[in-house]
Design a protein around this ligand. Structure first.
Ligand code: B12
Length: 512
C-alpha cells in the first residue's frame, strides 16, 4: 500500500512567518507534526511519503503514486485542502481527511472518501483494519480521549528538517480551564493527558540524532496543565540538555498561573526554555469574567507578565477584542497594556465563535451567529462571525488601528526596550554559526533595505542592546525579525499612532 500524507498550504497569517523565513533562510516555520505522527501509526510494511505543501509543490505524479492520499489540516489550510481534495477526485485517487479542519467542519467534507476524525490513536486502527478487509466506512469519529502513552514518535525521516526554522514535539493534550471561546477542551478534553518522560526523551533523541539543534516548540495546549508531572519531566530534561551542552531552546504554550509557581519557572529556564505563549486576552476584567478566564483574574495580569519575564521567559501574548463587555476605550487599553508590559510578540485576534464551544452555543441561543469563520482570528473580514454588542464597524476600525499601531516601527522597538528592562535571560541556549549569518541578513533587511523609519529604529535598538543588554542580543535580533514579518502584514503608515486622530477620520456609529 502506498500512502501519501499531504499537509496543505497555510494561508498567510500572523503565524506563517513568511517575511521572517526569508531572513532565516528556511521554507516553513513548523513541521507537520500531526501527519508525521499519523505516519508512524500506519503499518510498517506500507510505503509512506509526506508532502508539506509549505515547503514543496504537490505534483500529480506524487498523487498517482499513492493508493490513498491522507490529508492533515487545520482551518488555516482550508482553501489549499479543498484544492487537494478536488485534485484527488479528478485523478481518481481515494482521499482520507483527518486533523482539526475535518473535526470542526466535517459537514463541508462529505465528498472526502473517508473521514478519520478525533484522535488517530483511537480512530485510525479500526479504519486500517476495515481497509485491509476491503470494507472501509466513510466515517470514524469516536470522541474518546486516549492515553498518550502508546503514541509513537513522529517519523522524522519523512521530512527534511533543514526546511524548518523550528521543530515540534507534543508532551500533553488537553487543558484544565474552561474558557468560553476555546475549542481545545472540546477537541482534547479538560483532563490533560501526558506522554511518559521516556517517550519525550526518545523523541528528543530522535531529533538530536538527526542533527537538529536550536528551536523546539512543545505544542501542548497547556504545558503546565499538570504541574507536578511537568516538574518531573523538566528535571529529566535538564539532565538530558546539560549532558549534550544544551542543544535545544524550548518554547511552549501555558496558562498565566505559571507566574504563581517560582519553582516551575526556574525549572523551565534551567531546562532551556526562553519563551512562552500565554492567553492574556484582555486588560478588561469584565471581559475576562465574561469568558470564564478565571485564571487571569487572580492577580494583576501586568504583574504576572513581569514576573515571568524577570525569570527569563519572554512572554508572547494572545489577545482578543470583541467581547460583549469590552468598553469603548478597549483599543487604547490593549495598546497601553501591550506597550507597558513589553509583550513584544502580541497576537491580537477578533473574538470568533468556533463550532462546539460554549461561546458558539450561547450566541446561537441569542440568535447572533452570522457565518462560518475563516479560522484566522487576525482576518477582519473572516473573523467576528456574530453580531457584537459594540458597533461592528467600530470594532473592525479599532482593531486595524491596534494592529497597525503596535507593529509600527516606533511602537515595536519601544516595546522591545520595555521588554529588555524586565527580561533577565538565564537559559543557556545553543548558539550556532547560522545565528551570526542571520544577524548580518537582519542588518540588510531591517537595516539597509527597510523604510527609513524602520531602519533608524532598528539601528537605535541594536546600539542600545550592544551597550546595555548584550546577553539578550540574540533575542533582540530574533524578536526584530518577527517584528519585521508582523510589520509587513499589519502596519500601515497611513494610520496615525494617536487614537483620537485615527478615530476623528472614521465612520462614527452614533452619527449614523
Ligand atoms: C502547533 C500549533 C500551531 C502552530 C503550527 C502548526 C504547523 N505545523 O503548522 C502555529 C503556532 C503556527 C499555529 C498557527 C495557527 N493555528 Co494552530 N495549533 C497548534 C496546536 C497547538 C498543536 C498542533 C499539533 O501539532 N498538534 C499535535 C498533533 C500530533 O496533533 P494533530 O495535528 O491534531 O493530529 C492528531 C489528530 O488530529 C489526528 N490527525 C491529524 N492529521 C490527520 C490526518 C489524517 C489523515 C488522520 C487519519 C488523522 C489525523 O491524528 C493526530 C494524532 O491523534 C493546535 C492545538 C492542538 N492541540 O492540536 C493548534 C490548532 C491546530 N491551531 C489552530 C488555529 C486556529 C491556528 C491559527 C489559524 C490561529 C490564528 N489565529 O492565526 C494559526 C494558523 C496560521 C498558520 N499560518 O499556521 C486551531 C485549529 C482549529 C481548527 N478547527 O482547525 C487549533 C486546533 C487550536 C485551537 N483550538 O484554536 N498553530
Amino acid at each position: 500500500m502506498n500512502i501519501l500524507l499531504v499537509y496543505p498550504r497555510v494561508a498567510e497569517t500572523f503565524w506563517s512567518f513568511r517575511h521572517a523565513l526569508k531572513i532565516v533562510r528556511r521554507r516553513s516555520a513548523f513541521p507537520p507534526l500531526g501527519a508525521l505522527t499519523v505516519a508512524a501509526m500506519l503499518p510498517g510494511s506500507w510505503n509512506k511519503c509526506v508532502i508539506d505543501m509549505n515547503v514543496q509543490d504537490l505534483k500529480d505524479a506524487d498523487m498517482t503514486w499513492a493508493d490513498y492520499v491522507f490529508i492533515s489540516a487545520m482551518i488555516a489550510q482550508k482553501d489549499s485542502a479543498r484544492q487537494v481534495i478536488d485534485r484527488c477526485h479528478n485523478l481518481g485517487i481515494k482521499c482520507v481527511g483527518g486533523g482539526p479542519l475535518f473535526n470542526s467542519y466535517d459537514q463541508d467534507y462529505s465528498d472526502v472518501d473517508h473521514l478519520v476524525l478525533g484522535e488517530a490513536e483511537v480512530n485510525l486502527p479500526p479504519f486500517i483494519a476495515d481497509l485491509a478487509a476491503g470494507a472501509a466506512k466513510h466515517r470514524y469519529d469516536s470522541k474518546e480521549h486516549p492515553s498518550l502513552q502508546a503514541t509513537p514518535a513522529p517519523l522524522w525521516d519523512l521530512i527534511n528538517l533543514k526546511d524548518y526554522s523550528s521543530m515540534s514535539i507534543q508532551y500533553s493534550r488537553g487543558c484544565p480551564f474552561n474558557c468560553e471561546f476555546c475549542d481545545i477542551i472540546i477537541m482534547n478534553g479538560r483532563v490533560p493527558r501526558c506522554k511518559s518522560n521516556e517517550q519525550v526523551l526518545e523523541e528528543l533523541n530522535g531529533l538530536y540524532d538527526r542533527g537538529w539543534r536550536g528551536a523546539l516548540f512543545i505544542v501542548d495546549d497547556n504545558f503546565i496543565g499538570i504541574k507536578k508531572k511537568v516538574k518531573g519531566l523538566l528535571r529529566e530534561l535538564i539532565r538530558w540538555q546539560w549532558q549534550r551542552n544544551m542543544p535545544f531552546t524550548f518554547f511552549t504554550e501555558a496558562s498565566v498561573d505559571l507566574a504563581e509557581d517560582e519553582e516551575l519557572m526556574n525549572l523551565m529556564v534551567v531546562a532551556g526554555f526562553n519563551k512562552v505563549f500565554l492567553g492574556l486576552e484582555t486588560p478588561s476584567e469584565e471581559s475576562l469574567k465574561e469568558c470564564g478566564k478565571t485564571q487571569n483574574l487572580k492577580r494583576s495580569l501586568a504583574e504576572s507578565v513581569s514576573i515571568i519575564q524577570r525569570h527569563g521567559l519572554a512572554v508572547m501574548g494572545g489577545f482578543i477584542i470583541g467581547f460583549d463587555n469590552d468598553p469603548p476605550d478597549i483599543f487604547q487599553r490593549q495598546v497601553d497594556f501591550i506597550q507597558q508590559t513589553g509583550v513584544v510578540t502580541a497576537m491580537i485576534g477578533l473574538l470568533t465563535a468556533i463550532p462546539g464551544t460554549r461561546l458558539y452555543q450561547r450566541l446561537e441561543q441569542e440568535d447572533r451567529l452570522l457565518f462560518q469563520a475563516s479560522g484566522d482570528n487576525t482576518d477582519v473580514a473572516g473573523s467576528l462571525n456574530f453580531i457584537p454588542k459594540m458597533d461592528r464597524q467600530m470594532i473592525v476600525n479599532g482593531y486595524r488601528w491596534v494592529m497597525s499601531t503596535i507593529y509600527s516601527p516606533e511602537m515595536f522597538y519601544q516595546r522591545v526596550l520595555a521588554f529588555l528592562r524586565d527580561y533577565q535571560p538565564k537559559a543557556k541556549t545553543f548558539r550556532e554559526g547560522n545565528d551570526i549569518l542571520t544577524f548580518f541578513r537582519s542588518l540588510w533587511y531591517l537595516g539597509l533595505a527597510d523604510q527609513k523609519c524602520g531602519r533608524d529604529c532598528y539601528v537605535r535598538l541594536l546600539k542600545e542592546a550592544f551597550s546595555r543588554y548584550r546577553n539578550s542580543l540574540t533575542d533582540v535580533v530574533t524578536l526584530s525579525i518577527y517584528g519585521y514579518h508582523f510589520r509587513k502584514l499589519f502596519w500601515s503608515p497611513h494610520i496615525p499612532l494617536q487614537w483620537e486622530e485615527w478615530w476623528a477620520g472614521q465612520f462614527h456609529p452614533r452619527e449614523g
